[in-house]
Design a protein around this ligand. Structure first.
Ligand code: COA
Length: 260
């Protein structure tokens, strides 16, 4: 598993995927998006991986957007395909059966903001800047940004970020529901890994079922979504981990989940 634009590293059951184009502030070109598709598919299929951390290389950026140099030469048809390539990646991450944490270590702009929003949790450094500056380039978010911003933050903040195109700091992003937690830059790695380790130690089938209920069924009418919840709830009762979790509580000990 070796990529031109990504670094992959396992720490216990946590897989870390680092976008590694620091000289271009980790901008997402077509090739990097393709490699991310592959890296997430492999992480999902790897039995030993229970949580994923996604971040950007270097001190400045998570991802400073889709690659502007590459976009500059696209025809409308190629732009539509590029948008779909990016959208499919965001959906793949959002629908992954394993929890994905974005470690937002700097600029998360345009496609970077869209990538962070597709992750299940977002831990941001207090030095991070987030936003959708596409308007300044004469275009609009094309990797799902208009829709995920609307769903996470609501219509007012979504319109403000997209129409004004001005990045906001991490504190404001937290107030807008756009990040899960803000931590001092020096503690970002430790805090993110602590959260990822907690996710990796939890019952994997329960994680998958919850992501399904909240992300997938969340778009359905309430009655359908509630039915999905009941079915997913029932499935957890077929797992050894459910017996372990409830048994450990009753025996006043720490559960050890095995992923079955
Ligand atoms: N696409 C392609 N290249 C990008 C990029 C992007 N989205 N963002 C930054 N880069 C490149 C720059 O072109 C520069 O490359 P060079 O050294 O070969 O000229 C390098 O990354 C460093 O960026 P630079 O602009 O010099 O850094 P800065 O600290 O002065 O500014 C930003 C940082 C993030 C404010 C600025 O890079 C920026 O505005 N980037 C674009 C953000 C954006 O509009 N994203 C949405 C795209 S749809």
């Amino acid at each position: 598993m070796s990529y031109r634009n990504l670094l992959i590293e396992d720490q216990g059951a946590v897989r870390r995927i680092t976008i590694n184009r620091p000289d271009k502030l980790n901008a997402l070109n077509h090739e990097t998006i393709g490699e991310l598709h592959d890296a997430f598919a492999r992480a999902e299929a790897a039995p030993g991986v229970r949580a994923i951390v996604l971040t950007g290389a270097g001190p400045k950026a998570f991802v400073a957007g889709a690659d502007i140099a590459e976009m500059n030469g696209l025809s409308p048809v190629q732009a539509r395909d590029f948008s779909r390539h990016g959208q499919r990646l965001m959906s793949r991450i959002e629908e992954l059966g394993k929890p994905v944490v974005a470690m937002v270590n700097g600029f998360a702009l345009g496609g970077g903001m869209e990538l962070a929003m597709a992750c299940h949790l977002r831990i941001a450094s207090d030095a991070a800047k987030l936003g959708q500056p596409e308007v300044n380039l004469g275009l609009i978010p094309g990797f799902g940004g208009t829709q995920r911003l609307l769903r996470l933050a609501g219509r007012g903040p979504a319109l403000e970020l997209c129409l004004l195109g001005q990045p906001i700091d991490a504190g404001r992003a937290l107030a807008m529901n756009l990040v899960t937690r803000v931590v001092p830059a020096a503690e970002l790695e430790t805090e993110t890994m602590k959260i990822a380790m907690q996710l990796a130690a939890a019952a994997p089938q329960a994680m998958t079922a919850m992501i399904g209920a909240i992300v997938l069924a969340g778009e359905a009418p309430l009655s359908t979504a509630l039915d999905y919840e009941s079915q997913a709830f029932a499935v957890t009762f077929s797992t050894d981990d459910m017996k372990e979790g409830t048994g450990a509580f009753l025996e006043r000990r720490k559960p050890e989940f095995i992923g079955r």
